[in-house]
Design a protein around this ligand. Structure first.
Ligand SMILES: [Cu+2]
Length: 488
């Protein structure tokens, strides 16, 4: 039913586009004729099919060490699934948005224009930057408005980040409609720069039969389930595609940067017949690689893994999402125990190559010392609230001094997981339920499983201002499971 309907819509749309193109070609000066052709498009798809911009942001600056890009958010008709045009939102005409390629030390300027019928912001998730460029709810951009984000990429911050909207109460809707994209920061002395690289942006969505993004009306049963669990979709995307095929050569070692851009879904990643060499997290590389059979990537987290092509030429395996129970029993999905395929990994027929070397030391990570901590901030998570309160833009929940080192103790009192995110400053996990973290890494989001406590340490370097902390299940964040840290 869905596909038959979508097929028809596709034909109507394509016919409309063809007629529009024909109209432009045949009578370029006849604006009325063009309008007539545009009106052939069904009313539900009034936003235009915009031409997608480049996959990587075009740097309009020619000065070395300077990156200057243009970013526009627009309504757009996009095949979120093949042959099914959806009224979506796009960054520079793409879902996901273009990739921002940066190097440590770069001076970055992003000229943003909001052409949505909706207030938005652009949050540069995980980047250490001035608060006015953080794109938090404190700096909304109204429809038709513009905003300039400016920052210098911090040395030592090479890693995988992402950008997404963060307007108060509207983040989930805008991400569901297609607004998310990757940021990659590269180091001059990257120890694994010799390995071929893949970027995998994971997301999920629900699309109705008419092609619209399924966002339930308030107070309906499915809205309540989304509010509770965080909105999940039956369609799993890698880089905006359902079930793509990735290729590898036998013997090859690939570096995969994986971003979880889903509103709520957590992925327990596995690759049958293979192990992962886990080399990095939110804020970049670890000190040493760690071998793993599977990796959990929670909302907004990033992982970097090395995949060794140990399979035979011509063989195939699947990147899987194994079942992970993050839910309260009342709203746990019936099919939560099914394993899902995210992508196929196919070996080329080329003969095996000699694997390239992988260093056993990646980079030093300076330790944040708990002896330097001057305060412990206790954050108690309950369903929809932090310390019994909901987000209030007028209130400051934590006041801290610029340069101070502090411990955050995040206690989850309820029976589901909450991924906890702090803006602006990368932190180091100290322990989980009293078990010391086995090795250091830089993080900006950490999952706090049901009834568990996670402690991390952070230093408020460089940038004063009001910073958000919140649950990164977007429905929880939009509901108000968020607070304000003011650094002065
Ligand atoms: Cu939550």
């Amino acid at each position: 039913m869905r596909f038959a309907w979508n097929h028809q819509v596709g034909i109507i749309l394509r016919t409309g586009v063809l007629l529009l193109v024909a109209g432009l070609l045949l009578c370029p000066s006849n604006a009325a004729a063009q309008h007539r052709h545009v009106s052939l498009l069904p009313a539900s798809s009034r936003p235009a099919r915009v031409a997608p911009g480049p996959e990587v942001f075009e740097n309009v600056s020619r000065r070395p060490g300077v990156v200057e890009v243009n970013l526009v958010a627009t309504p757009a008709v996009i095949d979120l699934v093949p042959g099914a045009p959806s009224a979506a939102y796009a960054y520079n005409g793409r879902v996901p948005g273009p990739r921002l390629e940066l190097r440590e030390g770069d001076q970055v300027t992003v000229h943003f224009r909001n052409e949505l019928p909706d207030t938005t912001t652009v949050h540069w998730h995980g980047l250490h930057l001035p608060v006015t460029s953080d794109g938090s709810p404190f700096h909304p951009v109204a429809p038709g408005g513009e905003y300039t984000f400016e920052f210098t990429v911090r040395p030592g911050s090479a890693g995988t980040y992402w950008y997404h909207p963060h307007p108060h109460h509207r983040t989930g809707v805008q991400v569901a409609k297609g607004l998310y994209g990757a940021v990659i920061v590269r180091a001059a002395d990257d120890p694994i720069a010799h390995l071929p690289e893949k970027l995998l942006i994971l997301s999920d969505n629900r699309i109705r039969d008419d092609g619209s993004v399924d966002l339930p009306d308030r107070l309906t049963p499915s809205w309540r389930i989304d509010q509770e669990n965080g909105r999940e979709g039956d369609l799993l995307f890698v880089n905006g595609e359902v079930g793509p095929t990735l290729t590898i050569r036998s013997g090859e070692i690939q570096r995969w940067r994986i971003i979880n851009a889903s509103a709520a879904r957590m992925y327990r990643l596995a690759l049958p017949g293979h192990t992962f060499l886990h080399v990095g997290s939110d804020g970049g590389l670890f000190e040493r690689p760690v071998e793993r059979d599977e990796i959990l990537i929670t909302g907004a987290e990033r992982v970097e893994v090395l995949v060794s092509g140990s399979g035979a030429p011509g063989s195939e395996t699947a990147l899987q999402a194994l079942p992970y129970d993050r839910y309260i029993p009342q709203t746990r999905p019936a099919d939560w125990e099914s394993t899902r395929v995210l992508a196929t990994l196919r070996y080329s027929n080329d003969p095996p190559m000699v694997p390239p070397p992988v260093p056993d030391r990646l980079r030093p990570i300076p330790e944040l010392d708990t002896l330097d901590a001057t305060a412990t901030r206790v954050m108690v998570l309950t369903q929809g609230m932090i310390n019994g309160r909901m987000m209030d833009m007028e209130r400051v929940d934590v006041e801290a001094s610029l340069g101070a080192t502090e411990i955050w103790q995040v206690e989850n009192l309820v029976g589901m997981d909450h991924p906890f995110h702090l803006h602006g400053f990368q932190f180091q996990v100290i322990d989980r339920n009293g078990v010391p973290e086995p090795f250091r890494s830089w993080k900006d989001v950490v999952n706090v499983p049901e009834h568990e406590t996670v402690r991390f340490i952070v230093r408020y370097d460089d940038y004063p201002g009001k910073w958000m902390f919140h649950c990164h299940i977007l429905d929880h964040e939009d509901h108000g499971m968020m607070g304000v840290l003011e650094v002065r």
